[in-house]
Design a protein around this ligand. Structure first.
Ligand code: ADP
Ligand code: MG
Length: 701
């Protein structure tokens, strides 16, 4: 029992009991002693500072003052009485006010004695007052053993009403330490504690609740943040190791005709060094008998498609089929056309399957997939349907990963007895910190170099009243032979209104750019796939000058002759979306432009977004700003934010600690993956316990 005291249900803690225990479980998910001790304060009140009354300001929250009580008076008011005392120090005077327990208070306090008061101040006229202050004789205050920094715990209204104030939590924590302090065991290896100069687990837990000084509080926070991130990294990396050892992958040993033929004779351009490096990484993975699970990050236009093709050629050379899944039909089509063109001199059978494939085509695809005559299948979610059976799927590629969830990834896995190698390609750069904590179990490749000869896109921010100027600019560009995108926001909650905005815009653009001199395409989510496709093709073929669209075109669409991107109501887009949209231009040889149109009313965040877009075109830099503005949960969506349910660390603020934790976790597991060495015994125990409880392992396929 004593060993497992930390597992004791919370209601057994003195001062809790069944009713309050129930409340703790419901409101805060605190079930056992261990949960409570890991329930951390969210801020601290500095009780080392004593204010003078003449220093008070209305903006002060809680203050502590030393002074004397001058006199009391009882004031009659509508509902009962109140007790008012004049409290003075050498600088000025203020009022203390009580509405309850008047007699008891009055009898307990003496005038002309030094007291320390503590509480919230407010101002009436030019007199400050404090209602129901904490009050204590200065002599007692000096004698009591209080910690300078007082913990304030996050709470809810319900809890507050039941006495779970910060003071209440303070008491519980005290009790908890009395009952179990000696049971707090170290869980990090001692050499690590030495090397990083960490304080012990026990001291960290104590000082996070009862900091003895700011310095010890800092140390406690550092230690606990490091520990939290370190364990997550251990979990992610272990998972990766297990996958590599246990999950055998198809072994692609052969570098055969298709690869060689294409690589030596049919490359349409020289690959960038980044592309070459990434291809090497993929080849290594697939030639290694372990299942590949790789994330390929590359900014828009960095050339991920050809990497995908080359990887699929390797699969083909080894006798396997591949599939490439895109989030929209437009994209799937574009890939189909582009890849067919690239591979036209090779003996490769490429087909497409989407929601709008006709029954006959569908049947053909199904049959040739099953009999193995189909080498590469390109498509949308339609590929995931159970009816779609491969003869031997060896490689599955997902383009624009952020649109696909975890479930879909796991569906792909199950398409084969031996799971295929998986390559996830994304143009949304994920800040390293996030990638490390979310995808620590994936290997990551980065194409960090754009193909040569690209001119940086010129980006400007204009207010709506500059529209005439913008229209003139468009006209000039069209006369030079360029094509233009004009994009309207589409946010689901107000789809109808957005649709109206789009249509109004379309009408006025049609008036200003009339036929037969100009022709305009339109593209939005409510169109039938076939119509969308046709409009896209017309624009891509240069038959229309302007494409008016919603964010349907956000992802991946490639029209090199389009050189101007105008984003309407740009303040309504997130940074990563703006960056994606801008990436639609700048794909040809001409100078390209991105014009961000907004109203005059901009929030602080919107201004930061516009400024960021103007100042950089580096997707990773933009992603970092985005992360700061929105926070990690928002960026990655609910599904994945579970792992981000951090208790004390913060992925944005504690980036450096995360980096450190990762580095140490990698090193440790490299040396002792099973954590068998005697110096890792405590760690191993804690690790197993944590996995039992949290089951972080479930969150990815
Ligand atoms: P993304 O990474 O956004 O999917 P794409 O694969 O669509 O980028 O490539 C963008 C454009 O750049 C395409 O027109 C492609 O043909 C071209 N491209 C890719 N790699 C190179 C390269 N190494 N040199 C020149 N052009 C390239
Ligand atoms: Mg792409």
């Amino acid at each position: 029992m004593s060993n497992n005291l930390f597992e004791t249900p919370i209601e057994f803690l003195k001062g809790v009991g069944p009713k309050r225990g129930e409340l703790l479980r419901k409101e805060l998910d605190i079930h056992i002693y261990r949960d409570l001790i890991h329930f951390f304060p969210n801020r601290y009140i500095d009780k080392t500072y004593y204010y003078k009354i003449n220093q008070l300001q209305e903006t002060n929250s809680e203050v502590q003052i030393i002074g004397r009580l001058i006199n009391f008076k009882t004031v009659e008011q509508k509902h009962g009485k109140r007790l008012v005392a004049i409290f003075a120090d050498e600088t000025s005077q203020m009022e203390l006010v009580w509405f309850r327990g008047l007699k008891w208070i009055k009898d307990g306090l003496k005038t002309n004695q030094a007291y320390v008061i503590y509480g919230k101040v407010s101002q009436y006229g030019n007199l400050f007052n404090m209602a129901h202050p904490e009050i204590e004789l200065l002599s007692e205050h000096k004698a009591s053993l209080r910690s300078a920094m007082q913990a304030v715990y996050p709470s809810t209204e319900t809890l507050n009403n039941k006495g779970f104030t910060s003071k209440g939590f303070n008491k519980l924590m005290q009790q908890l330490f009395i009952e179990s302090e000696n049971l707090i065991k170290e869980n990090l290896p001692l050499y690590l504690i030495d090397e990083l100069k960490l304080i012990s687990k026990k001291s960290a837990l104590f000082n996070i609740h009862f900091p003895k000084s700011q310095e010890l509080l800092n140390k406690a926070q550092f230690r606990l943040k490091f520990e939290e991130l370190f364990f997550i990294q251990l979990q992610l990396i272990t998972k990766n190791l297990i996958r590599k050892h246990k999950i055998k992958g198809h072994l692609f040993e052969i570098i055969g005709d298709n690869f060689n033929n294409f690589y030596n004779d049919h490359l349409p351009f020289e690959l960038t060094n980044a592309q070459k490096r990434v291809i090497k990484e993929i080849r290594n993975d697939m030639g290694n008998n372990a299942q590949m699970n790789r994330l390929l990050q590359g900014d828009v236009g960095s050339g991920k498609t050809i990497v995908a093709l080359i990887s699929m050629l390797i699969a083909k050379d080894n006798g396997f089929q591949s599939c490439l899944m895109a989030p929209t039909e437009i994209l799937a089509n574009q890939h189909f056309i582009g890849l067919s063109e690239l591979a036209k001199d090779l003996n490769i059978n490429i087909q497409i399957l989407t929601g709008s494939s006709k029954a006959k085509e569908r049947k053909l695809v199904h049959d040739s997939l099953e009999n193995g005559t189909l080498d590469i299948l390109i498509g949308t979610h339609a590929i995931l349907e159970d009816k779609v059976q491969f003869q031997n799927l060896g490689l599955a590629i997902i383009d624009e990963q952020h649109r696909f969830g975890v479930e879909q990834r796991s569906k792909l896995w199950k398409k084969n007895k031996i799971p295929p190698h998986v390559l996830v390609m994304t143009a949304t750069p994920i800040p390293r910190t996030l990638a490390m904590s979310l995808y620590g179990d994936l290997d990551i490749s980065v194409i960090d170099e754009l193909p040569p000869g690209r001119k940086p896109i010129k980006t400007v921010h204009l207010y709506d009243n500059n529209r005439l100027k913008v229209w003139k600019f468009i006209r000039d560009e069209i006369h030079k032979g360029r094509q233009i995108y004009i994009v309207y926001p589409l946010i689901q909650e107000s789809e109808k209104m957005d649709y109206k905005d789009l249509m109004d815009g379309y009408e006025s653009i049609s008036r200003d750019f009339p036929l037969p001199d100009y022709s305009i395409s339109i593209l939005h989510g409510q169109m039938k796939p076939a119509d969308k496709d046709q409009e896209m093709r017309r624009f891509a073929a240069g038959k229309t000058n302007i494409m008016v669209a919603t964010t349907v075109i956000e992802v991946g669409v490639n029209v090199p002759n389009a050189s101007v991107m105008i984003i309407e109501s740009a303040e309504r887009f997130g940074l990563s979306q703006l960056h994606q949209l801008r990436g639609r231009v700048g794909r040809g040889a001409e100078q390209s432009y991105c014009i961000l149109m907004t109203s005059h009313k901009l929030s602080k965040d919107s201004i930061v977004r516009m400024e960021t877009m103007i100042s950089t075109d580096d997707g990773f830099e933009i992603a970092e700003v985005d992360l700061k503005l929105r926070g990690p949960g928002d960026i990655m969506g609910k599904q994945q934010s579970g792992v981000l349910n951090l208790q004390i660390a913060d992925l944005v603020r504690d980036k450096d600690i995360l980096q450190l934790a990762r580095q140490y976790a990698v090193k440790l597991l490299k040396e002792d993956a099973p954590m068998e060495k005697p110096e890792h015994a405590m760690l191993r125990k804690a690790f197993i316990e944590l996995n039992k409880k949290k089951n972080i392992w479930n969150y990815i396929s």
